[in-house]
Design a protein around this ligand. Structure first.
Ligand code: TRP
Length: 339
């Protein structure tokens, strides 16, 4: 357990609880959170309200996935003694700050956010965009600023959210008698985005190309067997292409011995190394990574009460911090604080 928490830089990160976390989350954020928790005051937000912004008619899906995401977190090594796990909908200051921030962000600014534009097209909302979805970057700015986070680990698709957050920080601070909000910077993961097993640029549950952290040994083997390689590599003796070959992208992301992977690549490019053999090596590596995670996860999910207890304790702590920020903003705006 860390002792000098007050001098450590604060991180806020989180996920929408809309499905099981997968290898893409592991590479892109979970692995990084496990190491960052030692050197930062790390808050991890289960963003159920944000999950509802595009699941308004399916609240059960979001509610049911809260414990699933918690089990994913703990099974990969996020430690509730070193990270604070909290629930967005149980932190009213986040919703109140969102209401205050909405008044200093124009509609055209919201409509200009490239990630939101892309998601609208992808989700096929067309003319029926939920209002809550449209303004979720403002709500995310409320999340980040309420915790006074200076560091936000994100994928590159979230950079527009950080930019919009800092615009809100500056505008709001200029309106307050005393600045209360802290600007933040993005911490980009040093590994690129993990492609799906089919070679699609992004691993995503909804695209059906993901391997979840709780995948069974058979599911893992099947995913590796079906993995996209080099379609031009017909015979073992043919020289193969490593670039765009998902098996090698995964070996780079997961195999602990980089020199060994480099030697495999050279051999593959020269010819004489078969896809089957490369896939066997990757399969062994993924099975070894996921077996302990799957076991821990099964134990954790068997006791949902304990998982919710951990979330409750973290949320109490988060409530103090976020409530304090809200108070300072209200006072700074000159609003009477009647509680
Ligand atoms: N937008 C993030 C996602 O889609 C989840 C999230 C909500 C978040 N609030 C946040 C991430 C604050 C970082 C900081 O996964």
């Amino acid at each position: 357990m860390k002792t000098q928490t007050s001098v450590l830089p604060t991180i806020l990160t989180g996920d929408r609880p809309t499905g099981a976390l997968h290898l893409g989350h592991y590479v892109g954020s979970l692995r990084q959170r496990v190491s960052l928790q030692a050197t930062h005051q790390q808050y991890i937000l289960v963003a159920d309200l944000q999950g509802l912004t595009d699941n308004g008619s399916n609240p059960k899906k979001v509610a049911d996935n809260i414990v699933e995401v918690l089990a994913d977190y703990l099974s990969v090594g996020i430690d509730p003694l070193n990270s604070t796990l909290c629930l967005q909908s149980a932190l009213p200051a986040l919703a109140e700050l969102t209401m205050l921030y909405m008044n200093i962000v124009t509609l055209s600014r919201v409509q200009r956010n490239p990630t939101v534009k892309h998601e609208i097209a992808q989700k096929g909302f067309a003319g029926s965009i939920p209002t809550g979805f449209m303004v979720y970057p403002i709500s995310q700015a409320a999340d980040i600023t309420a915790f006074r986070a200076s560091v936000v680990p994100v994928g590159d698709d979230q950079l527009p959210m950080i930019e919009q957050t800092n615009e809100i920080v500056h505008k709001m601070n200029s309106l307050l008698a005393e600045p209360a909000l802290v600007p933040c910077k993005a911490l980009l993961s040093n590994v690129g985005r993990l492609p799906g097993v089919d070679g699609n640029a992004k691993m995503s549950k909804s695209l059906g190309n993901a391997v979840s952290l709780s995948a069974s040994p058979d599911t893992i083997s099947q995913a590796v067997a079906a993995m996209y390689t080099d379609p031009g590599h017909i015979r073992i003796s043919d020289p193969g292409k490593v670039e765009g070959n998902v098996v090698f992208t995964y070996l780079d992301a997961f195999h602990p011995d980089t020199a060994y992977v480099q030697a495999l690549k050279t051999h593959y490019e020269q010819g004489g190394l078969g896809d089957r053999q490369c896939k066997n090596i990757l399969n062994d590596c993924l099975q070894a990574l996921l077996a302990p995670i799957r076991e821990r996860r099964a134990e954790l999910i068997a006791d949902k009460g304990q998982l919710l207890g951990i979330l409750q304790a973290g949320t109490e702590k988060a409530r103090e911090v976020t409530q304090q920020t809200l108070l300072e903003v209200k006072r700074g705006l000159g609003l009477p604080v009647m509680y």
